[in-house]
Design a protein around this ligand. Structure first.
Ligand code: SF4
Ligand code: SF4
Length: 282
């Protein structure tokens, strides 16, 4: 029992994320005994207890495609964008997006099989795909990314067993194992790129708890899906992770054995503590 508790504690952020991710999938997929679902639609556009929520990136594409500005959709966009703006956009990636289940599994397998291949891809690639998707939406009058968006295909695959969905998911899975570490999410997905921009000012942040608690083992950097965001904190050049790429996954917190890191919501300007200046890690 004690070892079970210890295992849970060592992976508390991972377990918490998995529970939230699975509950969100279940809300769309499992029919209630009285009929209906907790949530209708999909992660791009959904209705929860009568409240419509719209993914801001989808909305932006529809704007470029020339769709009329619906008031209900606009309210849904403001709610979703406000939430991610407040907390940090890529919290969507590690707590909501179902593809994260696939890419985390790929990463785990890659580690287990000790696969070292790491084809170099620029992080700017996903920003270029983001811009291209908006341009294509403008030219084609359609939601360009939505036709191949694996997040939507995942839900289709789950509900209707779509062949296209299975093929895309398998491709991402294999790509992340054999081609590049964290290849899809860190280098290709425009949704992640969008939320990274949206999350730049997010107030839920990873912070160094106190000067001296970190002994520089860098174990947190090894497990971080976006290691560059932690580097300034570990090297004591910054007290907070401020980069928009941080997914707030908490992997660094599960990994750190000295309690040198914490995640906290703060609306105050970050204050420096002895020995560590506050500088942006962007
Ligand atoms: S980068 Fe894209 S696919 Fe990966 S978790 Fe984020 S939204 Fe999902
Ligand atoms: S800094 Fe921590 S919370 Fe942010 S992405 Fe890296 S491991 Fe996750």
């Amino acid at each position: 029992m004690r070892s079970l508790q210890a295992t849970f504690y060592r992976n508390r952020w991972l377990f918490s994320r998995r529970i939230v991710q699975c509950l969100i999938i279940a809300a769309f997929a499992i029919e209630l005994p009285a009929g209906g679902y907790f949530a209708q639609g999909n992660l791009s556009s959904s209705v929860w207890f009568g409240i419509g929520l719209t993914d801001p990136y989808i909305w932006l594409q529809s704007l470029f495609a020339g769709a009329p500005l619906g008031k209900a959709a606009l309210i849904g966009v403001v709610i979703v964008a406000g939430f991610y703006l407040l907390l940090g956009g890529r919290i969507y990636c590690s707590w909501v997006c179902p593809i994260n289940l696939v890419t985390d599994l790929s990463y785990w397998l890659r580690q287990k099989l000790n696969i070292k291949s790491n084809y170099t891809l620029s992080k700017n690639l996903r920003v270029a795909i983001l811009v291209l998707s908006l341009l294509l939406s403008l030219l084609s009058g359609t939601l360009a990314w939505e036709t191949i968006n694996p997040i939507t295909l995942f839900q289709r695959e789950l509900m209707w067993g779509s062949v296209a969905g299975a093929t895309v998911l398998a491709s991402i899975f294999l790509f992340d194992i054999f081609v590049t570490r964290r290849g899809w999410c860190s280098h290709i997905c425009p949704v992640g790129a969008f939320y990274s921009e949206l999350g730049r000012v997010g107030r839920l942040r990873i912070k160094a708890t106190q000067a001296g608690a970190c002994h520089g083992c860098a174990e947190c950097i090894k497990v971080c899906p976006e290691p560059h965001v932690l580097a300034p904190v570990v090297s004591k050049k910054a007290a907070y992770v401020t980069h928009g790429d941080c997914t707030r996954c908490g992997a660094c917190l599960d990994q750190c054995s000295t309690g040198a890191l914490a995640m906290s919501l703060s609306f105050k300007k970050p204050s420096a503590f002895k020995g560590i200046p506050v500088v942006s890690s962007d």
